[in-house]
Design a protein around this ligand. Structure first.
Ligand SMILES: NC(=O)c1ccc[n+]([C@@H]2O[C@H](COP(=O)([O-])OP(=O)(O)OC[C@H]3O[C@@H](n4cnc5c(N)ncnc54)[C@H](OP(=O)(O)O)[C@@H]3O)[C@@H](O)[C@H]2O)c1
Length: 301
């Protein structure tokens, strides 16, 4: 019989935070305590929620002292990749200093930290990255996320880092992720320009949430790559989405990354090798069509 753990989930109002909360609450015996920067996005109040700015060292320390979590799952981050280029100070505070705050606070109760990182720690020149591949971030977002990872790796505390990419899914009051934005645009008959030279493995948020459950239940530490099982360009993903949601794929215009003039440089091919996660965690992430069909059901479309 698994011992029930007390788990503090940060970023609980975000895309991954909401799914993680839902899975731990409904599919496990673990106790969850939730926090995010602002008020609660959930309507039901059958569990603990408190607002907290994770960049504030004392707030983090007080929370850990009060709740004494066995595990801290940190899904909170400054996730706007282009925004990180212009808001460098704030993005560093959230993606690096906050991780250090959790490391310091974790010593109060010997809490384990499970942290979420990104494919943007790689330069995307070769793809097929494993957990031992050498990071070389191109953007400030990637640099800050790598510094957050390194803070954990050198901390001496028990940690797990999950690197993931292109998360899509649904939840309440969320900023639209790529898939949801695309559904909205195509449903309203808007033309969209989608890059056909950026390749990755889009990740249905449910797969990531389940990987977190497995990490906790199997007590796995170290670095794990977790993403969807299919490699495709953003354009190919968009076309499949149009097929699954029966939307007009002629509205999707292929463009090159250079045409978009984005502030942050993107890795062109950041595909992951999933073998470690599949073997250690026993997970089998969805391919694009499976993931989009699940999203369609969840959206009631
Ligand atoms: N989304 C992707 O495609 C993707 C890809 C690779 C890796 N990741 C990583 O996966 C994780 C989860 O991503 P996500 O898409 O679920 O993110 P998200 O939806 O943007 O959620 C992040 C949450 O963190 C909160 N937050 C920001 N600053 C904070 C602060 N100072 N104190 C407390 N909370 C704060 C945000 O609140 P506000 O909304 O109020 O700012 C938001 O609710 C992140 O670590 C991200 O770097 C995401």
């Amino acid at each position: 019989m698994l011992k029930s753990k007390k788990i503090l989930i940060t970023g609980a109002n975000g895309l991954l935070g909401q799914k993680t909360t839902e899975l731990f609450r409904h599919e496990t015996q673990h106790e969850v305590i939730l926090t995010d920067l602002h008020e609660n996005a959930f309507e039901s109040r059958g569990f603990d929620y408190f607002p907290m700015d994770i960049t504030k060292k004392d707030e983090v320390k007080d929370a850990v002292k009060k709740y004494l979590p066995d595990i801290i799952i940190n899904t909170a981050a400054f996730t706007n990749v282009d925004g990180c280029e212009t808001e460098r100070e704030l993005s560093w505070k959230v993606n690096v200093d906050a991780v250090k705050n959790f490391i310091i606070a974790s010593r109060i109760n010997s809490s384990k930290i499970i942290h979420i990182s990104t494919d943007y720690v790689f330069d995307g020149k070769t793809g097929n990255y494993s957990e031992t591949s050498k990071p070389a971030p191109l953007s400030y977002y990637g640099k800050s996320k790598l510094a957050g990872e390194n803070a954990l790796i050198t901390s001496g505390i028990d940690f797990t880092i999950i690197r993931t990419m292109i998360i899509y899914g649904t939840g309440k009051n969320l900023r639209p992720n790529f898939a949801v934005w695309l559904i909205n645009m195509l449903s309203e008959n808007n033309q969209v320009k989608i890059v056909d030279d950026q390749f990755g493995m889009p990740t249905m948020v449910d797969d990531l949430g389940w990987a977190l459950v497995k990490i906790v239940d199997l007590n796995k530490s170290g670095i794990y790559h977790v993403c969807g099982s299919e490699y495709c360009s953003r354009y190919e993903f968009a076309v499949k989405l149009a097929e699954v949601f029966k939307l007009n794929e002629n509205l999707i215009m292929p463009v090159k990354t250079g045409d978009l003039n984005q502030a942050a440089e993107r890795p062109m091919n950041s595909s992951f090798i999933l073998l470690k996660a599949e073997t250690d965690l026993g997970i089998k992430p969805l391919n694009v069509t499976e993931g989009l069909n699940l999203l369609k059901i969840q959206l009631g479309m």
